[in-house]
Design a protein around this ligand. Sequence first.
Ligand code: ATP
Length: 522
Amino acid sequence: MSLLLDLHGLTKAYPGVVANDDVSFEIARGQVHALLGENGAGKSTLVKMIYGLVRPDAGRMILDGDAHAPDSPLAARDAGVAMVFQHFSLFDALDVAENIALGMSDPSPMRDLAQRIRTVSRDYGLPLDPGRIVGDLSAGERQRVEIVRCLLQSPRLLIMDEPTSVLTPQEVEILFATLRKLAAEGTAILYISHKLEEIRALCDAATILRLGRVVGRCDPRDASASELAEMMVGSALAAPARPAHEPGETVLEVTDLSLPPAHAFGTPLRGIGFTLSKGEVLGIGGVAGNGQDELLAALSGERLSPPGSVRMGGRDLSRLAPEARRKLGLLAAPEERLGHAAAPDMSLTENALLSGHIRKGLARRGFIDWSKARHFARDVIAAFDVRTPNESVAARALSGGNLQKFVIGREILQAPDILVVNQPTWGVDASAAAAIRQALLDLAQGGAAVIVISQDLDELMEISDRFAALNEGRLSAPVPAASLDVERIGLMLGGAHDLEVAHDTGDGAGIFERTKMKQAAR
Ligand SMILES: Nc1ncnc2c1ncn2[C@@H]1O[C@H](COP(=O)(O)OP(=O)(O)OP(=O)(O)O)[C@@H](O)[C@H]1O
């Protein structure tokens, strides 16, 4: 394979941390190159330099024989570099073609563009209707919009940052087929992911970063997932474990919980019902946008629900605000880290105070006890190995995974009786994810009831006692997790609640359509 991108001695420092320290490696044409490293290792900083969002302090890049020093994403795109971000940058109210046109420096007339979108999406196996309103699309379909937008530029290098975290197993397969086809045509792909099994299945080269430096290179097909994880963290990885246990008494009863959507593109909750016992971990799987945020909001108290729909130990919480629920021991950590779970411009101490002041007694007679608040923030940082210079740092300066560790740790250290978390290890590296899962299991072991809403099926299989799938605002009946395998769960997530039907036909795609029709008819 011939050389496409040569990175030499790239260095970028931020106050108190060298995010990239003399980083050098090469990416060949047609190569699917994994960029691995624990949270804060410097992966995002590196790809932002290639994509023109960050200027290196030192070092040089050579793309296809020419110096590559983009001063903006536009310049990077003109040089043939495209990027699909973790967070999509789409406008809900516009249709697919309009969104794609907005991201292009030189869009063709709308009718031609729509035709090109149809052709490219068909050629690469990513079906997409240019006329559909983006707000109506699933997370997987939104990602297709971003990918097709990149493909229309015929990039020489496509950068993908954690692309599979919003996809069902079936959608991951489709994405991988697309990426393999692109690679076969000569496009190089730089792929960031914490999912090591996926890296092994897809990538043919890997560069491993630790603390901003290159610490290893390998062919991931020749290494096991645990060997890759060890290279990243420099030590062996422990799988979460929990002793056998019997479920305790029921602590939470959710009955016929229905809510209209909070906004035009939200999902209604439709007659959700389940119980949760002391010491139990209930895993709720589902593709993003199927009511996860809405369910968390109804349980945390951010949205009130019909009387009697949420009961804790027999007491009706449905009309209680979040603070009152926190007092009673029901805590929640939402998915969106910046802006919802944490205030971006506030320090970690202030963020610790925001959710912890009631249970940790951080305010007295209306006055904040700053010393106590700082101690609490420091305790979270120490217990959850949050990599940050100190607790005065603003939440937005933390790498994604480190902020996630802080947010989850902050809730766990408040000793909840019931904890509801949405995507607890999203963007978190393998060893930190194992630590968070272990902390959730330990919490349950200590008698708390835990609801884990997640799109990571392996995670749910690893820690859940029972599993339920959320689909278009409906929750399937929880079943013991031990009785399921990933394939059956994948079908449940797609809406095939009636698994017997699924087995009769053996035709996954048809089932999704039929189930949707059935649901629409109800
Ligand atoms: N704008 C910034 N200001 C200050 N520090 C920053 C900034 N951006 C990144 N950093 C720091 O640089 C280091 C590398 O961060 P980076 O986001 O590149 O890591 P990462 O490997 O992508 O992590 P993750 O897997 O958690 O996303 C971290 O210590 C981070 O706190």
